[in-house]
Design a protein around this ligand. Structure first.
Ligand code: FES
Length: 225
């Protein structure tokens, strides 16, 4: 087929409105599909798709630019505040974590530039201290204790139950950012092991068969007016 041939857009099985409402992944799939069906991508359609992708990319660039300048201003303020103090990297990381609930990747990169240290060093510090998180926190926190006392009383079953219920591993947040799941070592309530902490509230002698209900209770509480 002649690649310069013009094919009415409707004949390709798509319309300008469909293009306008598709996301990038759908647009790329559409391109593949049309090429498979017709052996080429009609010029008019290619132009519409390109325009649509460019508009989205421009919007994305503007958003990233805004985010970047806000993050940079925050970092500069923290660097200025802590620059002459000992252990300033940790102090700035604490400030960022308190502010955002985690250490965003762009922040780690800005800190690397600001302190003049390798990015690997920043990540070394972040991952050494359990307190720092690399992912945005969930709306609800599910923490299972796996200290010795809890381990001996069946913490492994609770961990498995939480993993299955939430569909994420320890230290991860569900895709909808609703739940964050963590496993920790001893929360100081060994007398009531195995223990879990749900949104800051400690529950003792928890059975794995009860954990699902407790987790669902967090969302139910939120649904109440
Ligand atoms: S080991 Fe779990 S509370 Fe101490």
């Amino acid at each position: 087929m002649n690649p310069h041939q013009t094919l009415p857009v409707e004949e390709t099985g798509t319309t300008p409105a469909a293009i306008a409402h598709s996301d990038e992944a759908a647009l790329l799939n559409l391109l593949d599909d049309i090429e498979r069906r017709h052996g080429f991508v009609p010029r008019e359609l290619a132009e519409q798709l390109t325009k649509s992708i460019e508009v989205r990319l421009e919007r994305l660039r503007r958003l990233q630019g805004r985010l970047h300048s806000t993050v940079r201003r925050d970092i500069e303020e923290h660097l200025e505040r802590w620059k002459d103090e000992e252990g300033n990297l940790i102090m700035v990381l604490h400030a960022i974590q308190n502010q955002h609930g985690y250490i965003p990747r762009e922040v780690a990169m800005e800190l690397s530039r600001g302190f003049g240290v390798k990015l690997a060093r920043i990540y070394e510090v972040i991952t050494f201290y359990h307190y720092f998180k690399l992912q945005p926190p969930g709306q609800h926190n599910v923490v299972v204790c796996n200290g010795t006392a809890c381990y001996l009383k069946g913490a492994a079953d609770l961990i498995n139950e939480a993993r299955t219920r939430l569909g994420v591993g320890e230290g991860q947040t569900t895709a909808d950012r609703k739940y964050h799941f963590d496993v920790v070592r001893c929360i100081g309530c060994c007398g009531m092991s195995p223990a879990v902490v749900l949104d800051g509230k400690t529950h003792g002698r928890v059975k794995s068969s009860d954990l699902g209900g407790l987790i669902e209770g967090l969302a139910r509480k939120e649904a109440k007016p």
